[in-house]
Design a protein around this ligand. Structure first.
Ligand SMILES: [Zn+2]
Length: 122
């Protein structure tokens, strides 16, 4: 997904620059042929075109950055979850706020009356 966004951003820059030049050339074209090119209009259109290209491509680049960060966060969350699970497995003695099930030896919080296996709190 983030690669797609980055590719769109890059192609937007290329397309945007080319179309800005074409747009400016067409827009600045003199109405009568022996008239001088309307440079102010040409430059204005070119700047506006390039500026909108910049904004649009920046949006896509930022989007790809955000997506990349989200993917990293997701990965971290999964890794964290894994380590928490392995920690709780190795932690054999229950805390003051916990109780250990006699049947399946799962550590349960104190406020739960029954274990997930069906065994009630001692
Ligand atoms: Zn149990």
């Amino acid at each position: 997904m983030k690669d797609i966004c980055r590719k769109i951003g890059i192609s937007l820059i290329v397309i945007g620059i080319i179309s800005s030049f074409i747009w400016a050339m067409v827009a600045g074209k003199p109405a009568i042929y022996d008239y001088e090119r309307r440079w102010i209009l040409t430059i204005t259109y070119l700047v506006v075109g390039l500026f909108s290209t910049l904004i649009l491509s920046t949006i896509f680049f930022v989007l790809s950055e955000i997506l990349e960060k989200l993917e990293n966060l997701e990965y971290l969350a999964i890794e964290n979850n894994k380590s928490i699970k392995t920690l709780s497995k190795t932690n054999a003695s229950p805390d003051l706020n916990e109780w250990k099930c006699k049947k399946c030896s799962k550590i349960n919080p104190k406020y739960t009356g029954t274990c997930s296996c069906g065994e009630s709190r001692p």
